[in-house]
Design a protein around this ligand. Structure first.
Ligand code: ATP
Ligand code: ATP
Ligand code: MG
Ligand code: MG
Length: 473
C-alpha cells in the first residue's frame, strides 16, 4: 500500500531519484544538485509529506476494499543532508538494518502471542534474545524459515527511476527509431547499499554517486548526529502557516466559484477545526483563501519544539482531513488529483507582535478580496483577464468601490463577512444549559471549537477573548 503512494511521490517530484521504505516509513533521496524550492527544507519536507498523505488517503479504497478509513492518518517528515555518498550509504544501511531488526522482532512477537504468551511475556522474552536466537526461535518453535518470508517485508522496498531505450518504429530504410523512456520501478534487494546492487543503476551513479566499498556495521549514533535540528526558540508563539500548492490550478480544475467558493472555504475551516481538536497546544487559527495560520501556545513542548516535526504533522493532518472531508463539501465533484499544502513555522516573541502578524494576514485578505471581486466582475461583464488586470492596475480603494457600484454592489461591506474578514477558529464556551426553565440559567458550559468571521485587527476581539492568548486583563 505505502509503496504505491511512494511511487506516486517519486513520479510527482522529478528530483527524487531513489526511495527506500518499509512499515510506515519512507526515505526519499533527492539528487545533489536539486534546486527544488531553492532547497528550502521546510518547503521540501512539507510538500512531500502533504502529497504522500493525500495519495495515501485517496488510494486507500483501492487496497482496502471493505475497510473504511476510521480516522485521517498523518505522517511526519524531516530533511537530512548527506554531504557525501558515504554518509548516504551509511544512512540507507541504517534504515535497512532497522527494517530487518523490526521485522524479525515483530514476526517473533506475533508468533509468541499467537501461541499463548501474553504481550508482556513476549516482550520480555525477546528483549533478551539476539538476531540468531530469534531466527532459531522462529524455525524451531514455529516452523518458520525466516528467509522464506515475503521479500518485501524482510528487505523493504526501493523505488528507482530507470531509463530504457525503446524501439518505437522502423524508418523507411529499416533502421530502428529509438526513444528514451523513463520508468519507475519497485525492486527489493537484500543489501541496498552493496556495490553490486547500487552500481547497477546508471541513474543512481550519475545523480548520487557510486559506492566504492561495501560497508559493514554502522553505529546508529553516528547517523543520528546527522538528524540534528535546532529547536524553535523557547517561550515564543509558534505560527505554522500552510498554503495550498498551485491552488490557482486546483481551483480552476475543480470549478471553484470565483472569486470566493463558499464550499471550499468551509472545507478549509472544517479541517482547521479538526486540527485544533487534535493538537491541544493550538490555541487559534486564521484562514483565508488556500492558507491557514495556526498559533501554537508559547510554552508548548510538542515534539520538543522541533520545527520539522511540528510543521509536517500539522500539514499532513490538514491534508488528510481535506481529502477525507472533500465529499462532505463537494458531494457531486470528484477530486481530480491529490491536493497538497506547504508549510513553515515562524516564532513571534510577544503577543503584540503575534496580533500584528494576524492583522497583516487579515489586511491581506481584505486587499485580495477587494481586488478579486472587482477582477471577476470585470471578467463576468465580458472583459478578458488581461483587460481586467490592466483596468485595475494602480487603482486604490475609492476607485475600486466606484467600479463595484457599476456592477450593482453599492457597498463592499454587504458582501459575506467570511469573504471580507476570513475565518477565525478557536476554543470557546458554548452554553449547553437545558432549555431555560423559569427563565434562569444555571450556567452549564462545554468547550467547543468555533469558526467566526471577526475583525481581528482591532484589539477589541482579543480583549473580549483574553483566554485565547492568555492576556492579562
Ligand atoms: P510514531 O508516531 O512515533 O512513529 P508509530 O505507532 O507510527 O509511532 P512506529 O515505530 O513508526 O510507531 O511503528 C509503526 C507501527 O505500525 C509498527 O509497529 C507496525 O505494527 C505498524 N505497521 C506499519 N506498517 C504496517 C504493515 N504494513 N502491516 C502491519 N503493521 C504495520
Ligand atoms: P502557490 O503554490 O505558490 O501557493 P497558488 O496557485 O496556490 O500558488 P496562491 O497565491 O496561494 O497561489 O493563491 C491561491 C489561489 O487559489 C487563488 O488564486 C485563488 O484563485 C484560488 N482559491 C483558493 N481558495 C479559493 C476559493 N475558496 N474560491 C475560489 N478560489 C480559490
Ligand atoms: Mg497557494
Ligand atoms: Mg495562498
Amino acid at each position: 500500500m505505502v509503496v504505491i503512494s511512494e511511487v506516486s511521490v517519486t513520479e510527482e517530484f522529478p528530483d527524487i531519484v531513489f526511495s527506500y521504505g518499509y512499515s510506515d516509513e519512507y526515505s526519499f533521496v533527492l539528487k545533489k544538485t536539486t534546486r527544488f524550492y531553492q532547497r528550502r527544507a521546510s518547503k521540501i519536507q512539507s510538500l512531500v509529506v502533504s502529497f504522500l498523505t493525500s495519495v495515501y488517503v485517496t488510494k486507500w479504497k483501492e487496497f482496502f476494499h471493505d475497510k473504511e478509513l476510521r480516522y485521517p492518518p498523518s505522517f511526519r517528515a524531516r530533511v537530512i543532508c548527506c554531504a557525501s555518498i558515504e554518509v548516504l550509504q551509511a544512512y540507507l544501511s541504517w534504515r535497512q538494518n532497522d527494517c530487518h531488526i523490526n521485522n524479525q522482532h515483530a514476526t517473533c512477537f506475533h508468533e509468541l502471542v499467537k501461541h499463548g504468551k501474553t504481550e508482556k511475556e513476549a516482550q520480555q522474552y525477546l528483549k533478551e534474545s539476539g538476531k540468531k536466537e530469534k531466527h532459531d526461535l522462529l524455525f524451531e518453535q514455529f516452523g518458520i524459515n525466516y528467509e522464506k518470508l515475503p521479500v518485501m517485508v524482510r528487505q523493504g522496498s526501493c523505488i528507482l527511476k530507470t531509463e530504457t531505450e525503446d524501439i518505437v518504429k522502423y524508418n523507411e530504410s529499416g533502421a530502428p527509431v529509438k526513444r528514451l523512456r523513463r520508468k519507475t520501478s519497485t525492486v527489493h534487494s537484500k543489501n541496498i547499499v552493496g556495490k553490486s546492487f547500487w552500481n547497477l543503476y546508471p541513474k543512481l551513479l550519475k545523480e548520487l554517486g557510486g559506492f566504492v566499498d561495501d560497508i559493514r556495521k554502522i553505529e546508529p549514533d553516528y547517523i543520528r548526529s546527522f538528524l540534528w535540528e535546532a529547536k524553535l526558540l523557547p517561550s515564543t508563539w509558534i505560527v505554522i502557516r500552510i498554503d495550498g500548492c498551485h491552488f490557482h490550478r486546483f481551483s480552476t480544475l475543480h470549478e471553484f466559484v470565483k472569486p470566493n467558493d463558499e464550499r471550499a472555504l468551509n472545507l478549509m475551516n472544517s479541517c482547521a477545526v479538526g486540527l485544533l481538536e487534535e493538537f491541544q497546544d493550538l490555541v487559534f487559527a486564521y484562514g483565508v483563501s488556500d492558507e491557514y495560520s495556526f498559533i501554537m501556545k508559547k510554552d508548548s513542548q510538542l515534539y520538543q519544539r522541533q520545527a520539522s516535526d511540528i510543521v509536517t504533522a500539522v500539514v499532513s493532518l490538514f491534508t488528510s482531513l481535506y481529502v477525507t472531508k472533500w465529499r462532505d463539501f463537494f458531494p457531486h465533484k470528484e477530486l481530480k488529483y491529490p491536493p497538497s499544502f506547504d508549510g513553515r513555522a515562524v516564532c513571534y516573541p510577544s503577543s503584540e507582535i503575534l496580533t500584528d502578524y494576524l492583522a497583516w494576514r487579515q489586511v491581506d485578505c481584505h486587499i485580495n478580496n477587494q481586488y478579486n471581486t472587482c477582477f471577476w466582475e470585470l471578467v463576468k461583464s465580458g472583459k478578458s483577464k488581461i483587460e481586467a488586470q490592466n483596468i485595475l492596475k494602480g487603482t486604490q480603494t475609492p476607485e475600486k468601490n466606484e467600479l463595484l457600484k457599476q456592477f450593482g454592489i453599492s457597498d463592499y461591506n454587504t458582501l459575506p463577512v467570511m469573504f471580507r474578514q476570513g475565518s477565525s477558529v478557536f476554543w470557546d464556551k458554548e452554553d449547553i444549559t437545558p432549555e431555560h426553565e423559569n427563565g434562569t440559567c444555571n450556567g452549564t458550559y462545554r468547550k467547543k471549537v468555533v469558526v467566526e468571521h471577526c475583525n481581528i485587527i482591532e484589539p477589541d476581539f482579543w480583549n473580549s477573548h483574553p483566554s485565547i492568548l492568555n492576556l492579562k486583563p
